[in-house]
Design a protein around this ligand. Structure first.
Ligand code: CP
Ligand code: NVA
Length: 301
């Protein structure tokens, strides 16, 4: 695998291979089995947005794999002062073995891959969040034993998470339903692709989308970069929440996932969040294992 720019670039077979390797790396880590598969390799981590999970799990992941990671904030890099991404890509390719980048425009990630000569991993853009969804799929497989026959329901803003969940869910054979207000739907082209390649529905009716769901998923109403819209979004998204009513119409064994950070009483009630905290924090932990698998596939092969 050369890069991880978006999930659409991966086949179901490649996703399965990443998940299998992630399971193996998780087992080895839990059992103290060293796996220095990236000995001596260095990952640069460019952050143009905040992060807790992505930053820490990539940094620890590289350490676990025998390599090292550099935290590169755009506040300090020349990229933050306007140095073109084309030049940054060519310079960093001379020093590093791979780059993880979290930024706004998907095009910036694609440009890094075009102009650089080392693997590029997307650590979140406004368009998608592939690393998160690989960890989500890993967690769903752990709890449900597989994908086919399961319905994944996303409630909330049709954002980067929704786009990646639709692709990941459909590719792995799950039914995917999305509930979001009109005007805040996921990427139109992705919805079209999902309808042509699997069982996909989009509605503004939360209870309709959640009916019989095996996995319920939500994310913040205002993403990074949308802080100025936060108050307006609170009004628009009111009711697009995972709460007791939603749990009632879902499958009685439904699991609840959240990429975090969570805003209690906005997209999810504190009650539901705490009742499903095991799943949500297993999901957060799995960021580490899934990303180590991605790192091995991109930097090690
Ligand atoms: N879910 C996620 O990507 O978390 P961070 O923003 O903390 O990295
Ligand atoms: N949609 C959120 C995801 C955070 C992990 C954001 O982009 O801020």
């Amino acid at each position: 695998m050369k890069h991880l720019l978006k999930l659409m670039d991966l086949s179901a077979k490649e996703i399965n291979e990443i998940l299998n390797l992630a399971d193996q790396l998780k087992f080895e880590k839990k059992n103290g089995i060293e796996h220095h598969l990236l000995k001596g390799k260095t990952l640069g981590m460019i952050f143009e947005k905040s992060s807790t999970r992505t930053r820490v799990s990539f940094e620890v992941g590289m350490y676990d794999l025998g390599g090292s990671a550099l935290f590169l904030s755009s506040r300090d890099l020349q990229i933050g002062r306007g140095e073109p991404v084309q030049d940054t890509a060519r310079v960093l390719s001379r020093y590093l073995d791979g780059i993880m980048i979290r930024t706004f425009a998907q095009k910036e990630v694609e440009d890094l891959a075009t102009y650089g000569s080392i693997p590029i991993i997307n650590g979140l853009t406004d368009y998608c969040h592939p690393c998160q969804v690989l960890a989500d799929l890993m967690t769903i497989r752990e709890y449900k034993g597989g994908f086919v026959g399961n319905k994944l329901c996303y409630i909330g803003d049709g954002n980067n998470m929704t786009n990646s969940l639709i692709v990941g869910g459909i590719k792995m054979g799950m039914e995917v339903s999305v509930a979001c207000p009109n005007g805040y739907r996921p990427d139109e082209k992705l919805m079209q692709w999902a309808s042509e390649n699997g069982k996909f529905t989009v509605t503004d009716d939360v209870l309709e989308a959640a009916k019989g769901a095996d996995v319920l998923y939500t994310d913040v109403w205002a993403s990074m970069g949308q802080e100025s819209e936060a108050e307006e979004r609170k009004r628009i998204f009111k009711g697009y929440q995972i709460n007791a009513k939603v749990m009632e119409v879902a499958n009685e064994k439904a699991m609840v996932l959240h990429c975090l950070p969570a805003h209690r009483e906005e997209e999810i009630t504190a009650e539901v969040f705490e009742a499903h905290a095991n799943e949500i924090f297993d999901e957060a932990e799995n960021r580490l294992h899934a990303q180590k698998a991605v790192l091995v596939k991109c930097l090690g092969e």
